[in-house]
Design a protein around this ligand. Structure first.
Ligand SMILES: NC(=O)C1=CN([C@@H]2O[C@H](COP(=O)(O)OP(=O)(O)OC[C@H]3O[C@@H](n4cnc5c(N)ncnc54)[C@H](OP(=O)(O)O)[C@@H]3O)[C@@H](O)[C@H]2O)C=CC1
Ligand SMILES: O=C(CO)COP(=O)(O)O
Length: 326
């Protein structure tokens, strides 16, 4: 039995809580929202973030971070990318120094261009860390459906240990050494899912959807490599794997947000779509690194109101012809 603490009572934190509680680990989830805590402890439900799923008995929640962190061996940080700095500033001091911090957000911090691993390393130098990413819808994982993901850490022995500790019968973790590549794949696929959703929402057809996914993957690989990721990582579960999932299913909140963009629907009540926060900084990073990333730039322009979907499609199609592989 391992002692897990989970920071974040949203869809993914709760799903991971289900996974590890069911696997027999001591699993305590920290949520700042009292109603979420009460719902998990009293009703075995998280009605706000993971409706319709009965949570296992073994999963408990608290709004006392010290209680969650008590002798924790693994601390999963499962808050949105833009909230991670604040969460670490508030809670980092309570994390036992030898606990493995596992970063689960998929995004890039807007103001600084940092990935989660950089945020944690700067705030908590010396803390062992791993990054978890790959195709994994919270509702699927909470229901016990199978998937495979990547767990990356800087040192091979730590990555192997993390993969062993975080794997269950239904959740197969592949160890990797490329932390930045895994983070880049997880963050960029969300931006591309917005584009794929917009294409489908605008009624442009399955061929256009496949084309945007494929050319989006070229951008993911280019920018991921420029940011320091290894090419093979970006073709793995956290790159191609999660791109395929997120760009093809309305179960994805990013794809659903893109669908609403394409249809011209109101987006105010939609759930968290990390790509909305990552698009502009991703486009900026591409520019800084001299990377051609027209789809990412177009998503950023649509979100900022600089371009509508029809004009964006027109301008993508009107670019000068080029070789498929340069
Ligand atoms: N959902 C999924 O299928 C998957 C999500 N992810 C990634 O995991 C991350 C989290 O996503 P998800 O759980 O789905 O998001 P949700 O929107 O479902 O939940 C976010 C949670 O984070 C909490 N939170 C935000 N800021 C803080 C803070 N400073 N301190 C403590 N708690 C905080 C929120 O609390 P409050 O309610 O109080 O605001 C809420 O409980 C994202 O980066 C996402 O891309 C990765 C894989 C799968
Ligand atoms: O990252 C995810 C699946 O791997 C979840 O995708 P969404 O955040 O788009 O729902």
């Amino acid at each position: 039995m391992t002692r897990f603490a989970i920071v974040g009572g949203g869809a993914w934190g709760t799903a991971l809580g289900c996974l590890y509680a069911r696997a027999g680990h001591r699993t305590v989830l920290y949520a700042r929202d009292a109603e979420t805590v009460a719902g998990i402890n009293r009703d075995q439900r998280n009605a706000r973030y993971l409706p319709g799923i009965e949570l296992p008995d073994g999963l408990t929640a608290t709004s006392d971070p010290a209680e969650a962190m008590d002798r924790a061996e693994i601390v999963l940080f499962v808050v949105p990318a833009q909230s991670l700095s604040v969460a670490i500033a508030e809670l980092g001091g309570l994390v036992p120094p030898d606990a493995l911090a596992v970063l689960c957000a998929k995004g890039i911090e807007r103001g600084t261009g940092r990935f989660a691993s950089q945020i944690l390393t700067e705030a908590m130098p010396g803390q062992p860390l791993a990054v978890l990413s790959g195709p994994s819808f919270a509702a699927d994982v909470a229901r016990g459906l199978p998937t495979a993901v990547t767990i990356a850490a800087g040192e091979p022995a730590l990555a192997d240990r993390a993969a062993r500790l975080l794997s269950t019968e239904t959740f197969r973790c592949y160890a990797a050494g490329d932390v930045v590549g895994v983070e880049a794949g997880g963050a960029l696929k969300n931006v591309l899912a917005l584009a794929a959703g917009a294409v489908v929402g605008r009624g442009l057809g399955a061929s256009a959807q496949a084309a945007i996914i494929t050319r989006g993957f070229v951008e993911l690989r280019r920018l991921g490599a420029a940011l320091g990721g290894r090419p093979e990582t970006l073709t793995g579960l956290s790159g191609l794997g999660d791109l395929v999932l997120t760009c093809s299913s309305p179960q994805s909140r990013n794809f659903a947000y893109g669908l609403a963009l394409g249809r011209g629907d109101d987006r105010s009540g939609l759930k968290l779509a990390e790509g909305v926060f990552t698009a502009e900084i991703a486009a900026r990073l591409a520019k800084q690194h001299g990377i051609d990333a027209p789809i990412i730039a177009t998503v950023a322009a649509i979100l900022s109101g600089d371009r509508d979907v029809d004009a964006a499609v027109q301008s993508l199609l009107a670019r000068p012809l080029k070789r498929e592989f340069d």
